[in-house]
Design a protein around this ligand. Structure first.
Ligand code: FEO
Length: 169
């Protein structure tokens, strides 16, 4: 069954949002490298990869439904942060806006009674819950260590152990 055009448009907007997220996180990876926190930089590179996989999951979905993918322009990510905590607070507000757009897309799929769209979006709804929880955990740890150099060093080493999950999970 063909998708309604405004639902296709909304999926294309979400593809753009996921690629934009990847771009924002790549900018943050660069900031961490430039501020001598290679473990945090590695974590952000994995995040960049996962967001790219999220975009591609939606891209493949549109094609599998026989619809067209229309790639939209990205904007330059912000690049100046005051601390690792500041970076992760930006991540948190960014993810909250992504959660809102996924939820709105799901509501549209419900209104249109488009069941395959609902199913693919349920994966994203779960993913957003996990991502927001993970980011909050990191923010709490960063608040705990404050400006204590040795603790930041240990946390940076721990962040370096993140590897990409299967299927952008
Ligand atoms: Fe693809 Fe971080 O949401």
């Amino acid at each position: 069954m063909a998708m309604k055009q405004h639902l296709v448009d909304a999926f294309n907007a979400q593809i753009q949002a996921e690629f934009q997220s990847a771009y924002v996180y790549l900018g943050m990876a660069a900031w961490f490298t430039e501020n001598n926190l290679p473990g945090f930089a590695q974590w952000m590179r994995v995040q960049w990869e996962e967001e790219t996989q999220h975009a591609m999951k939606l891209y493949d979905f549109l094609h599998n439904r026989g619809e067209n993918v229309t790639l939209r322009p990205l904007t330059a990510p912000g690049g100046s942060y005051t601390s690792a905590l500041d970076v992760f607070e930006h991540v948190h507000s960014h993810e909250q806006s992504i959660t809102a757009s996924i939820n709105a897309l799901y509501e549209l799929a419900l209104t249109e009674k488009d069941l395959p769209s609902q199913i693919v979006l349920q994966w994203f709804i779960n993913e957003q819950v996990e991502e927001e929880a993970l980011v909050i955990e990191i923010i709490e740890r960063l608040k705990l260590v404050g400006s204590d150099g040795p603790s930041i060093y240990l946390l940076d080493r721990q962040m370096a152990t993140r590897t990409p999950g299967p299927e952008g999970a």
